[in-house]
Ligand binder design. Structure first.
Ligand code: SF4
Length: 142
């Protein structure tokens, strides 16, 4: 759903206009269902920009999963930097072997949900407001 999300488009706009040389320096990488907008091939670093004004677990989980996919595809010790322009803050996430087990657990949970006959009940969390799946999950609520 990310390609239809105004929130995602706004995030990309902030990233492109805050870090002007980013698109020139880094590569967009699509692999195994993930899309990394800014990947520094030489240093094996994922650059992720969040327009949010707070650091959320979901941001950390997202990049840890990216690192897992890179590691799975032969990239040794990948790392990530999440930048928060509104906070003027950055978070460094270094590779940790535990990401393999955690990510595989997430994948199993996802497969279980995808394999069920019906969608799970709506959870109505605050995070939903900024999620690119919002319109899909809340289709009967809007
Ligand atoms: S909108 Fe849907 S996918 Fe997004 S966080 Fe809420 S329940 Fe999860």
């Amino acid at each position: 759903m990310e390609h239809t999300s105004e929130i995602v488009a706004e995030g990309k706009f902030i990233a492109d206009t805050t870090y002007l040389d980013r698109t020139r320096k880094y590569t967009e990488l699509a692999i195994e269902g993930i899309k990394i907008d800014y990947y520094d091939i030489k240093n094996r670093v994922v650059h992720e920009v969040k327009k949010s004004d707070k650091i959320e677990q979901a941001h950390l989980a997202q990049v840890k999963y990216y690192l897992y996919i890179l590691h799975k595809n032969g990239i040794e010790y990948p790392s990530a930097i999440i930048e928060y322009p509104k906070l003027k803050q950055r978070e460094l996430i270094e590779w940790n072997d535990s990401y393999v087990e955690t990510s595989q657990k997430w994948e199993l949970e996802i497969e279980k949900i995808v394999g069920t006959e019906y969608c799970p009940a709506l959870i109505k969390k605050n995070i939903c407001k900024n999620c690119s799946y919002f319109e899909l999950c809340y289709i009967n609520e809007i």
